[in-house]
Design a protein around this ligand. Sequence first.
Ligand code: GLA
Length: 383
Amino acid sequence: MVAPEKIHSAFAARFGSGGRFYCAPGRVNLIGEHTDYNLGFVLPGAIDKAITLEIRPNNSNAYRVYSLDYDDEVRFAAGEAKLPQAWANYVLGVVMEFHSRCFGVPGFDAVFAGDVPLGGGLSSSAALESAFAFAINDLFNYGLGKLELAQIGQSAEHKYAGVRCGIMDQFASLHGEQGKLIQLDCRSLEHEMIPFAPADWRVVLIDTHVKHSLASSEYNQRREQCEAGVKALQKRHTHVKSLRDADLPMLEESRREMGETVFSRCRYVVEENIRLLRGVGLLKAGDFTAFGKEMFASHAGLRHLYAVSCDELDHLVDTAAQLPGTAGARMMGGGFGGCTINLVSEAARETVIARCSESFEKKFGHKPLVYDVVISDGARRLS
Ligand code: GLA
């Protein structure tokens, strides 16, 4: 996490005396990908990489926000159209979502910085949205709960970043707890904390350091394909509202109407929910080796049925799969780049990282980045 002192020197230089400090983390997701917007299950956890923020009301109607990492300041007022800086739209989006819920956020000055790798699939944007949503709610005593704050971040992403994301990233950033994963039912929005602090296993992220430009359009298209699947199912089963209400025999029945592409997308989602529930049982029983197999199966589905992987991710997973000590590996997040998440034994960790890195560099000409992550607390006030 970026030290608050570092943020405070920039804040003091720009805006004078200090404000309050908050932070909100990025997330990993062990299993359950592209299931959130299909109202299925996800299993994320907040991580020890976060956006840290200092903020103070400025007795005006203007918002002044400085990004230390981009060395860029924006000033805007409520109701303003989209801003040229992509990062600033997440902040504008959050402010506007409060406004649309009848909380007329007074002007503020803020400085933020983060150590959530950008474009790595660790939800740096959700961390930014959650940091501002949490801070605004606390600073102005709006009394909203974490779920409502997550929904504010999610809507900001829909309207100001154009990605029709599910609730997972913002939910995890706000609800995270140290040493615990969150099993979230995206239909009921109920969650259960699953202890996850295995002594002999480590979560290692290997970042391809690529982000294919199709990522957000393909993401929205997957969502539409799932909606098309639901429409086809509704002809026979009127109660079906999302793929959460479907099972494999129902999909088979409607296969012809759906067409093969939509069928594959739906089949992946239905199977991924089954894998997740089985996986949680295995984690509770402490069987990390068997859990890892579910991770590999998840990747195979994302690659062949859901078609959101890419050569770089596949290569990392295939390489890790051949190395002793890897329980499981899969792409993580929306896909088309970003990270793989690997569950590796403590003893094999160094070798797995070295072998994956070498092999990746040989094939793609650049080294992947590696992050060890610890499951940590969610958004909070620091002072
Ligand atoms: C992105 C979205 C999430 C989720 C994942 C895929 O991270 O923001 O809502 O859909 O992709 O599981």
